[in-house]
Design a protein around this ligand. Sequence first.
Ligand code: 8OZ
Length: 366
Amino acid sequence: MNLAKNLFTPIDLGAYRLPNRIVMAPLTRNRAAAGNVPTELNAIYYAQRASAGLLITEASQVAPQGLGYPATPGIHSPEQVAGWKLVTEAVHAKGGRIFLQLWHVGRISHPDLQPDGALPVAPSAIAPQGMASTYEGSKPFVTPRALDRSEIPGIVEQYRRGAKNALEAGFDGVEVHGANGYLLDQFLRDGSNQRTDDYGGSIENRARLMLEVTEAVVGVWGSNRVGIRLSPSGTFNDMRDSNPEATFGYVVEQLNRFNLAYLHLIDPSEADARHGGKAIPTAYFRSIYQGNLIVASDYDLAKGNEAIASGAADLVAYGRLFIANPDLVERFRLNAPLNTPDVNTFYGGDAKGYTDYPALSVQSVS
Ligand code: 8OZ
């Protein structure tokens, strides 16, 4: 008897029994309508990919202040909730399960994208290196405004409201976006957080907002329908930390107390190493975290199966491969050839490069 697990071994993930361990990674595609409202086209895109064990939506801002790119969807207005209902209904009609990713970009924004042209907010007034994406193209990041201590409960409230809206929109759960240099990650790491109050300084203080947000979201959804994504080795959006093993080791250890559906980690990458990041092997966190682990970062079929079989991870998230292959699960099952993703249509545009990647035809599966 072969007891080895692979991507096709069903798994209990929090409240759900998933038929496979192939997760669609959260992917920013910048195709929401005016008002940052999801559309029927978005519903088609997600429904095409519903055979994934779990779909995680593109990052979706919990408040207007959390917006950092053109045409990303929000989860703060009634119109957005109505738009997301199109998505959840289409995915459920195909038998899929979909979690919404809750997002606030913090300093990775620009006055052009902010209510009343205000400065973006952040833990500290430290500008990231690089360029913001605005409706008029790229513009240098500005120095953000440090949030006043009195505003922080309001940030937690924005996430709570986003979580409630996601429930109303018919999602199966939510993922807290704690990765990639956005607000919660900005609070966590000392390269972007130099606060002197109880949200800065010690690791416990820097982790406080992320853990309070997680608690608030769990209060809405229950722990078995909530996940969180972290990028411990990530340098994207000009991120750094003086002791990432200690910082992320603490957070991951604290997350054990919530008994979440999963922890979702982005593995260290060569790009991060080039940017001076310290690569922390995902195995380090595997030994700290007691629940289900999703890993992500350029896996293919063989590497994904290997990660599951070796016990390095419980599920594997695929990004680019899911962009180009709506039927990725079926292609993996058949070991069939894969379509190549077109980077020119990743961010923004219409159906081209979004819903027009072909599924396998019956003939080509001979
Ligand atoms: C690529 C472009 C814009 C946003 C992330 C939400 O990195 C993103 C993102 C990725 O998590």
